[in-house]
Design a protein around this ligand. Structure first.
Ligand SMILES: Cc1ncc(COP(=O)(O)O)c(C=O)c1O
Length: 396
């Protein structure tokens, strides 16, 4: 065997990957399994989506739809996405040139970033981040320019947004409704993003996977519907959250044909295509099961209220999320140095797993004290978790 010189596995890793930590979700879900804890960490629902959609997938498997789907997606799903955009938002799309199917929103984000960001270019992005954004920008050789959403209400600081744009910025990566804070950009905030994009000739990639999981009668407004924004917006969504099939990884990209074809140019070299038998099932979901996500949002709102009021009874400061699966709490009163320490101690002390939100911030002062809790779980699980937290010693 040749003598090893500098060839430790870590040294072999490309430098651009070394600064990207492993995803916190694997670590915390493994911790939940290892300790038998209730997992209020990773954002997946306890209950699957509609049975008719599963049936449609089974039918597609039996009907032999098991070979490569077309790279841009099966025609019926591209058509169904176009109809969905028209029905909900009045956006008219040509399914053959303005819609592509991706391996979840994750691949859509990766393809958009790889396709639009040159090495050394800056991408403005809201923090706390969905963690794949950081990884994708790094892998593209880009530079992230964070705009911090600050507790307790996580509103967009328009001056900070303006200050983040430099002469090296060509893109913004937006996420609304926002993971992990549960905030939704309101009309004025969306308009501010649009103004900045128009002034500086920026393209905006907007991740809207929680578009339907919104509460208290709110309505999601896609950024691309604001005046002047259609031509410069790449919109991303996915069946994972809307239909409670997070494991299927079927997402989509919509927008003007020129931008969609640019994203496809990168996407074709990532997976090329995925989930052939699931794509027709998601088409079925979009056309036949719209009632599902309305009901899902209502149920989630009730669970949000249960979790938030329970955490508040434990004296945490909790921001009431406007959307998504998640609530954010300030845990400073328990005396831990940071939320990572708090979350690593939590399984032992209470048998509950939550996510240290600080890992989604560059600005550690803004995120050090924040913990993300998922409420997309069965009511009994949330009640059990709250009971365990109430019975535990949570102090450092
Ligand atoms: C903001 C955001 N974007 C993208 C994704 C990933 O979506 P998908 O599972 O469709 O790849 C998630 C999943 O948690 C998310 O929260």
């Amino acid at each position: 065997m040749p003598a090893s010189t500098s060839a430790s596995p870590r040294n072999r890793m490309a430098t651009r990957l070394r600064s990207i930590p492993p995803t916190i979700f694997s670590e915390m879900s493994a911790l939940a399994l290892r300790t038998g804890s209730l997992n209020l960490g990773q954002g997946f629902p306890d209950r699957d989506g509609p049975a008719s959609v599963v049936e449609a997938a089974v039918e597609a498997l039996r009907a032999g739809r098991n070979q490569y789907a077309p790279g841009p997606g099966v025609p019926e799903l591209r058509q169904a996405v176009a109809e969905h955009q028209a029905r909900h938002y009045g956006i008219e799309l040509d399914p053959t040139s303005q819609v592509i199917v991706t391996a979840g929103a994750t691949e859509a984000v990766a393809a958009a970033v790889f396709a639009l960001v040159e090495p050394g270019e800056e991408m403005v992005v809201l923090e706390p981040y969905y963690d794949s954004y950081v990884a994708c920008i790094e892998m593209a050789g880009g530079v992230r320019r964070p705009v911090t959403l600050r507790a307790p209400d996580f509103r967009l600081d328009v001056d900070a947004l303006r200050a983040a744009v430099t002469d090296r910025t060509r893109t913004i990566l937006l996420n609304t409704p926002h993971n992990p804070t549960g905030a939704m950009l309101d009309r004025d905030e969306l308009q501010a993003v649009a103004d900045v994009a128009l002034e500086h000739d920026l393209v905006v990639v907007t991740d809207e996977v929680y578009e339907h999981l919104v509460f208290d009668g709110r309505r999601h407004v896609p950024l691309c519907t604001l005046p002047g924004m259609w031509d410069r917006t790449v919109t991303i969504s996915s069946a994972g959250k809307t239909f409670s099939f997070t494991g299927w990884k079927v997402g989509w990209v919509t927008g003007p044909a020129e931008l969609v074809s640019i994203v496809l140019a990168a996407k074709q070299w990532l997976t090329f295509t995925n989930a052939a038998p699931l794509q027709p099932a998601v088409a079925h979901a979009l056309t036949q099961e719209a009632g599902f996500y309305e009901e899902l949002a209502g149920g989630l709102q009730t669970k949000r209220d249960l979790l938030v009021s329970g955490l508040r009874e434990l004296d945490m400061d909790v921001y009431l999320p406007e959307a998504t699966y998640f609530a954010t709490a300030d845990v400073r009163r328990y005396g831990f140095r940071d939320s990572m320490e708090f979350c690593l101690a939590l399984p032992e002390r209470a048998g509950v797993v939550a996510i240290p939100e600080q890992v989604f911030f560059d600005d550690q002062d803004a995120g050090r004290h924040l913990v993300r809790w998922a409420f997309c779980k069965e009511t009994s699980v949330i009640e059990d978790a709250l009971g365990r937290l109430a019975a535990a010693d949570l102090y450092a």
